[in-house]
Design a protein around this ligand. Structure first.
Ligand code: C2E
Ligand code: CA
Ligand code: CA
Length: 404
């Protein structure tokens, strides 16, 4: 059935560690109970579209369909290992069960069952030799990345627990008079083990493991609190943009969380704008649509981020009723020298205006870029030429100066 789904997926060769010892020392009856329990717990950790089978004595094959990136396999393996975090109770004897798992990716590592099982078996064997209780891919580069992935994921969870996340603000400016018009909230992690990683890498891992929902909540609460603080000290509020990942905007809990924030912290929806990337918007799930729709009617603004990197059409944009469009940094980089990019930026600005969208240029680093954007009648700018992202205290200073 892999064929039916365009033939992408993964085959996992799962072997119980030290099963022979269990059988030899505790007897075959206990061995049978172990196998039965293992099979039940494995079944509990898979989706209905996955296929699980007994292969040999203590070996199982798991076929996962519709996997496009090999790191999605991590999620499955993780769920599977979670099922076995508690020991198996056999008539009062507690047994901790671990596995060695070899992974073959379809079609990268083979096309037919026979050869896929063979390579996954070899990868599994490598895990046994490396001390068991783990998994390995057929291709070495996948293993390197997967270990990195788990490291980042562990550190991210730790960082959340230790409150090692913070928000910095990058102000946006009106290109005509240079006044601050708003600011983008950007996540930073101060945890030693991952603080040098680019934040979008941490976000990507968080998205895949589901931690993104806790991160999103943290961002939202921090920004709401910040807005309340500014209100308390009577600085004229600016609009803060919050980045939303694909997982967040497609989540059922998201809208409820927003409603909660409005109630609890007296958030004024007009002071918050959500940035969703062009590619997220094009994914176009019904849930995402509904979330955007109802948040917009509650008064929140929406902008389309990284514009130009996806494949949206004019009609798509119109349909969504957005407020703002952010031209991706990659188009600004080669300005003013690159004539193609200049043409693209110019066309984007006039198109956006026809649709009634404000336009922000991202990643403006030089005065010549700034001058050209002014000529092209871009509305707002954000970039190192104006300001790097700054800590909350500095942002407050900037706003107080603006009020004076
Ligand atoms: P983004 O939304 O496109 O954010 C703009 C990025 O460009 C930021 O990187 C910002 O520091 C950087 N930048 C701004 N001006 C310049 C410039 O003039 N030159 C250069 N070279 N860079 C500039 P940052 O903070 O590392 O964020 C990277 C990405 O991580 C963001 O891209 C966004 O996709 C994601 N991200 C950051 N914070 C959050 C968050 O709270 N939630 C979610 N879901 N994603 C976030
Ligand atoms: Ca953004
Ligand atoms: Ca962007």
């Amino acid at each position: 059935s892999m064929k039916r789904n365009g033939g992408r997926g993964a085959l996992l060769f799962i072997d119980i560690d030290d099963f022979k010892v269990v059988n030899d020392e505790l007897g075959h009856d206990v061995g049978d109970i172990v196998l039965q329990t293992v099979s039940e717990r494995l079944r509990n950790s898979i989706r209905s579209s996955d296929t699980l089978g007994r292969y040999g004595g203590d070996e199982f094959l798991l076929i996962i369909e519709n996997i496009f990136e090999f790191d999605e396999v991590f999620l499955v393996i993780q769920k599977l290992r979670d099922q076995f975090s508690l020991p198996v109770d056999i008539n009062g004897t507690l047994l901790k069960i671990t596995f060695s798992i070899g992974v073959a990716m379809v079609p990268d590592d083979g096309h037919d069952a026979r050869s896929l099982i063979d390579v996954a078996d070899k990868a599994m064997y490598a895990v046994k030799q490396n001390g068991k209780d783990g998994f390995d891919f057929v291709k070495k580069e996948h293993s390197v990345i997967s270990n990195e992935y788990f490291r980042i994921q562990r550190s991210t969870k730790e960082a959340l627990k230790n409150q090692a996340f913070e928000i910095v603000y990058q102000p946006q400016f009106s290109i005509r008079d240079g006044r601050v018009t708003g600011a983008e909230a950007l996540l930073r992690c101060t945890d030693d083990s991952i603080k040098n990683l680019p934040i979008n890498k941490i976000i990507k891992v968080a998205e895949e493991s589901g931690v993104i929902h806790d991160i999103g909540q943290f961002v939202l609460e921090t920004v709401s609190r910040q807005l309340a603080e500014w209100r308390d000290i009577s600085v004229t509020p600016i609009r803060i943009s919050i980045n939303l990942s694909r997982k967040e905007i497609s989540d059922a809990r998201f809208e409820a969380m927003m409603r909660h924030e409005i109630r609890e912290r007296k958030v004024n929806p007009e002071e918050i704008e959500f940035e969703i990337t062009e590619s997220t918007l094009m994914d176009n799930t019904q849930r995402a649509r509904n979330n955007i729709e109802s948040l917009r009617s509650a008064g929140f603004q929406f902008s389309i981020d990284d514009f130009g990197t996806g494949y949206s059409s004019l009609s798509n944009l119109k349909e969504y009723n957005l407020d703002k469009l952010k031209i991706d940094k990659s188009f600004i980089d080669a300005l003013p020298a690159d004539e193609n990019d200049q043409a693209i930026v110019s066309a984007t600005i006039s198109m956006a205006k026809k649709l009634g969208l404000r336009v922000v240029a991202e990643g403006v680093e030089t005065s010549t870029q700034d001058a050209l954007l002014k000529t092209l009648e871009c509305d707002e700018v954000q970039g190192y030429f104006y300001s790097h992202p700054v800590h909350p205290g500095e942002m407050t200073q900037m706003l107080m100066a603006r009020n004076a």
